[in-house]
Design a protein around this ligand. Structure first.
Ligand SMILES: Nc1ncnc2c1ncn2[C@@H]1O[C@H](COP(=O)(O)OP(=O)(O)OP(=O)(O)O)[C@@H](O)[C@H]1O
Length: 301
């Protein structure tokens, strides 16, 4: 597979449930080898999109192509190349983890048993325990192994880290990075911004069934406001700081200037360098605020 391939391509993809439009004319393209985070408030249509891509439901209008095949009509052709993790994953309670994975391995036309065992070890999952008696997090691990074990070219993951403890989330992120490294593609939905920010190349934001924006994580960070506390030996050069492009706000507190700036902070640092700066404290970019702007529906009552 070349890295220029378009893995997912939707055109006017629409899903209605009765009179409710869960997904409204989605146009989305995902190239090979990237991790896309699919974000949106509750009920935005994330799960609906994922189920359309996984061929589980049919669109009311428009189309979803995966590897150039129609996700609804030609799913059998692409099934082995896809790893799918459903969101509300309550599967086969009477099977042990091993039996459950064996069942899927047969569906995928065979999977290297060593790979299953390696993944189970990596995620610290006991495969001899019945799925029904596993904790939520451990059940999620079984689902993750099921999605990754046949090394599919595309992973479609609905809230993959739900229920995982921080250690396992870290392991999962490492697995995602390895997956991208291998040139494979990941489409994952999430509510957790920090988690998407940590792994995704691109974020797509959905609101009330409509795609609001698709941006690189870097572009979002550039948009975000950053706060810097600059402390000077003497009085802060407030006028000079104000004049720097991107500076939004300057508040003085003794020898310290609290500065809010959008985009790069390089210009600001350059501008104050000739003054006697004794300390610089940089706070994390406030991505959350950028997202809330996108989430906020100006047309809502
Ligand atoms: N099978 C269904 N029948 C009727 N309505 C549905 C069905 N599935 C989804 N919906 C509706 O479609 C809309 C989108 O739901 P969806 O589950 O895709 O949202 P989501 O973004 O995944 O939400 P969440 O973050 O809460 O999981 C919601 O209003 C939901 O009630």
């Amino acid at each position: 597979m070349t890295n220029h391939e378009t893995v997912i391509k939707t055109r006017g993809l629409t899903k209605r449930f009765g009179r409710r439009t869960a997904l409204d004319r989605l146009d989305l393209e995902v190239p090979a080898g990237v991790i896309v985070g699919y974000l949106g408030p509750n009920g935005a249509g994330k799960t609906t999109t994922i189920r359309l891509l996984a061929g589980l439901i049919r669109p009311s209008a428009g189309s979803a192509l995966v590897f150039g095949f129609d996700a609804a009509d030609q799913y059998d052709t692409i099934q082995r190349r896809i790893g799918y993790l459903p969101g509300d994953f309550v599967a086969y309670p009477d099977l042990t983890g091993a039996q459950y994975l064996e069942y899927f391995a047969r569906l995928y036309g065979g999977v290297d048993r060593n790979r299953i065992e390696l993944l189970a070890k990596r995620f610290d999952l006991d495969l001899t325990v019945r799925i029904g008696t596993l904790s939520r997090g451990n059940r999620q691990k079984a689902g993750i192994i099921q999605a990754f074990m046949h090394e599919p070219d595309l992973l479609i993951l609905d809230e993959p880290t739900a229920g995982l403890d921080p250690l396992m989330q870290r392991e999962f992120r490492a697995l995602l990075r390895e997956t991208r490294q291998a040139g494979r593609t990941v489409f994952l939905s999430s509510h957790v911004l920090s988690e998407v920010e940590a792994v995704a190349d691109t974020v797509a934001i959905l609101r009330a069934g409509r795609l609001v924006t698709v941006q690189s994580v870097q572009a979002l960070k550039d948009r975000a406001r950053r706060r810097l506390d600059l402390t000077f030996a003497g009085s802060p050069p407030a006028g000079r700081i104000h004049a720097v492009p991107g500076v939004q706000q300057v508040t003085l507190d003794g020898h310290t200037a609290h500065v809010a700036v959008t985009g790069s902070t390089a210009e600001l640092i350059k501008a104050v360098a000739p003054y006697d700066v004794t300390n610089v404290l940089s706070h994390e970019a406030d991505l959350e605020a950028v997202f809330l702007d996108f989430y906020d529906d100006p047309e809502a009552p």
